[in-house]
Design a protein around this ligand. Structure first.
Ligand SMILES: *Cc1c(COP(=O)(O)O)cnc(C)c1O
Length: 440
């Protein structure tokens, strides 16, 4: 039996290099990247690559850290399902007492499949809810609709009348606050399609209050994603808090303030601040403007809960040099992880087995897809690795699998959930026949 001595080197929770020492010999110990108690080499060996692996301890810990940061105020965390919607992950979060933020009827179905009693903790966001989606959400008895336009309000009222329910609503207001993030994931300015301008919202609240099919419950805001400076959150919540006072003066009963999601994670470089500290500053920024207002706070974190809890494993297929440019062709591609191609996003890439002699090179890590945009990293400093090496693309728990596609008729990877030394396949690898099933 191999005896495994474990020594933590980096990334204390979830994914860390540990020394895998066979036969108790001191020499020949290799540093291998583990997911909790499981060497990632074992996962790749058993399930193949590309492969998504998640640490359940890390998901649990991050949810609890987030929850504790808001312990001072009545609150409900509504995990943003679009960040990672795997049923096993939703079920695990539901068991921890988490609620959910959904942006489609499909996501609502997933949540109810994961936990059929979850609907009283579900908020429904999105700029283009359809009538059938509204009707399922009304029948399910969700907590709150975040309404984004006057036209949507009328549609929701008609749907509520049809199913003889009162729709609980908040307007998603646009606070006109710049979030300083990637333009595609910034949402809180006039020029974005999201929310109603805070100045026009007052009239809409009066309209909603006069509608017997609707029940005004709150105000919501979401200014974007991957926001690492907490001050825009504080600014947005201050504006919403002022607006709530105005609404209360107008005679509306406002119980909920929904602060949205968007707290960023450090994808790159040394991680100076712990998650607890960062989420602590975020909580301070949000709580300060609403203290004493007697509001129930809703939060919709996605990335900050699940992002660092996942890795994408991929195998180096070919080393290739075009004149001065070094390419590492791997078996994962933009269809498996689109963030680098879509946002120019940075993901750290580590060799799963740390090479003993480290000489470095600068290379582009690219996939097999027929697009020049198909890269996982560009001009990246990496240790020189032989073909067949296993690589881990870090922080891919959020907006990884959910944004994957079947482009180039590539079956999507399996997803694995690691808990201590136990391993569970939470989604099997697709087959080409799965991809053709719906075609006539
Ligand atoms: C995407 C989204 C979230 C989650 O954003 P994260 O950056 O993943 O925390 C929350 N609320 C709404 C309305 C969203 O669209």
């Amino acid at each position: 039996m191999p005896s495994i001595q474990e020594r933590q080197v980096v990334r204390p929770h979830g994914f860390a290099y540990l020394s895998k020492r066979h036969d108790g010999r001191k020499s020949g110990a290799k540093l291998v990247l583990y997911g909790e108690g499981v060497p990632l080499t074992n996962l790749a060996g058993k399930y193949g690559t590309p492969l998504y692996a998640y640490s359940s301890a890390m998901i649990r810990e991050r949810f609890q850290t987030f929850d504790q940061a808001f312990a001072d105020v009545p609150h409900t965390i509504c995990y943003s399902v679009k960040a990672n919607s795997n049923l096993s992950i939703l079920r695990m979060l539901a068991k921890l007492g988490c609620g959910f933020d959904v942006v489609s009827g499909g996501e609502l179905e997933r949540v109810l499949k994961a936990d059929r009693k979850a609907s009283r903790k579900v908020v429904f966001s999105g700029v283009g809810k359809t009538r059938p989606e509204m009707i399922s959400a009304l029948k399910g008895g969700i907590l709150l609709f975040n309404v984004e336009s006057e036209a949507e309000l009328s549609a929701l009222s008609a749907c509520a009348a049809r199913v003889r329910k009162k729709a609980p609503i908040a307007f998603r207001v646009n606070p006109d606050v710049a979030a300083n993030t990637h333009p595609y994931i910034s949402t809180g300015l006039h020029k974005h399609k999201f929310g109603v301008p805070i100045r026009e919202a007052r009239a809409l609240y009066s309209k909603a209050a006069g509608d017997k099919n609707l029940s005004v419950r709150g105000v919501s805001v979401h200014i974007g994603s991957q926001i690492t400076d907490v001050s825009p959150f504080g600014e947005a919540i201050s504006r919403v808090a002022d607006f709530i006072s105005q609404l209360r003066n107008d005679g509306h009963q406002i119980d909920y303030i929904d602060a949205g999601g968007g707290l960023g994670i450090p994808y790159e470089g040394p991680q100076a601040e712990s998650f607890a500290d960062r989420v602590g500053s975020y909580a301070n920024a949000i709580i300060k403007p609403i203290r004493g207002l007697g509001l129930h706070l809703l939060l919709e974190p996605g990335r900050s809960i699940i992002g660092p809890a996942g890795v994408l494993l991929t195998t180096l297929l070919y080393r290739k040099r075009n004149e001065s440019k070094q390419f590492l062709v791997v078996d994962a591609a933009m269809n498996d992880l689109v963030r680098p191609a879509l946002y120019g996003a940075h993901h750290e890439i580590l060799p799963v087995v740390k090479p003993e002699m480290i000489s470095m090179e600068t290379a582009d890590v690219v996939g097999p897809i027929c697009e020049s945009g198909d890269f996982l990293a560009r001009d990246r400093q990496l240790p020189v690795l032989p073909e067949g090496s296993l690589l881990a693309v870090l922080d891919t728990g959020a907006y990884g699998y959910v944004l994957s596609s079947n482009y180039n008729t590539r079956p999507r990877p399996a997803e694995i959930l690691v808990t201590g030394k136990s391993v569970k396949v939470i989604r099997r690898r697709e087959k080409v026949s799965d991809l053709m099933r719906a075609e006539l």
